[in-house]
Ligand binder design. Structure first.
Ligand SMILES: C[S@@+](CC[C@H](N)C(=O)[O-])C[C@H]1O[C@@H](n2cnc3c(N)ncnc32)[C@H](O)[C@@H]1O
Length: 265
């Protein structure tokens, strides 16, 4: 497969065409199996079907990752425990169970508001992996609150709870008509942490193309794919800087469709 390209099709089939140990970093945001409305994917599999499908695509990620590679999987409460087990069974090592706490969750009436997504961060090797701590430091409480002179002036490595706003409907970043667009800031942290310039970053569930767009901005190579022709087109246009055109097309689609339920509802 050619790098810096978007592919249309099923990720298991497409990943099976990638050579062994050729990818530096994988970010994967699969459908959470919670009944969302995607263009041509039914997010409503039986428990066993979703589990065995997850085993299949995760097996491919393990085969194509370099020995120094890292994988981050975004997943909801419903299957976080199962994905964690599958990753371990495939031979990956857990580095962090990150919680992405998103401000601007939507208010519920009959349960507590959903305001987080799990991001399971694993590496292929227990000891050898890329972790660019210098590139992702944030100001520490010692610096900001206590004004402690002993504080490292470069700040600290972020905690494992990450606070980033979700991409709300009114945000400039918002592509529209996709139920779970990830914020660029979240991908920025992951890609800076676990890859270097010129490395190859893969996202098997491209969606609106956030991973590829951020990888490109950070001078990494990318590979991404989606099973939907509409999202394939969105990603291609996003990577070519044709955002205005995407938004015009999506407005037309939205006029004929009911509003999408999102992962944050
Ligand atoms: C949760 S969304 C990804 C959102 C993405 N992270 C973003 O920022 O826009 C999951 C995507 O996976 C796609 N998808 C579902 N099944 C797939 C498959 N078997 N192969 C490739 N893509 C698939 C859906 O069309 C959907 O766009």
């Amino acid at each position: 497969m050619e790098i810096n390209k978007v592919y249309l099709g099923d990720c298991i089939n497409l990943m099976s065409q990638i050579v062994d140990k050729s990818i530096d970093l994988i970010f994967s945001d699969p459908p959470f199996n919670i009944g969302l409305k995607y263009e041509n994917y039914s997010d409503n599999r039986s428990y066993d079907d979703y589990y065995s499908w997850s085993e299949k695509w995760i097996a491919q990620t393990h085969r194509i990752l370099k020995d120094t590679g890292s994988i981050y999987i975004a997943i909801g409460d419903e299957f976080a425990a199962e994905i964690n087990i599958i990753l371990k069974k495939q031979g990956f090592y857990l580095r962090n169970w990150i919680i992405w706490y998103y401000t601007f969750g939507q208010n519920q009436r009959k349960k507590f508001n959903r305001a987080h997504t799990h991001i399971l961060y694993f590496t292929k090797n227990k000891n050898k992996f890329i972790f660019n701590d210098e590139d992702i430091r944030v100001p520490s409480a010692r610096q900001l609150i206590y004004k402690d002179k002993r504080a490292n002036p470069k700040g600290k490595v972020p905690d494992d709870i990450w606070e980033f706003s979700r991409v709300c409907g009114t945000f400039k970043e918002r592509i529209g008509n996709h139920p779970c667009q990830m914020p660029e800031k979240l991908l920025d942290r992951i890609i800076r942490t676990s890859s270097n310039k010129g490395d190859l970053v893969l996202d098997p569930f491209g969606g609106t193309g956030t991973t590829a767009a951020v990888a490109k901005k950070l001078e990494r190579n990318y590979l991404t794919m989606d099973i939907s022709e509409m999202y394939f087109d969105v990603i291609t246009k996003r990577l070519n800087g044709q955002l205005a055109e995407i938004k015009r097309n999506i407005k037309k689609i939205e006029q004929n469709n009911i509003k999408q339920k999102t992962i944050f509802d």
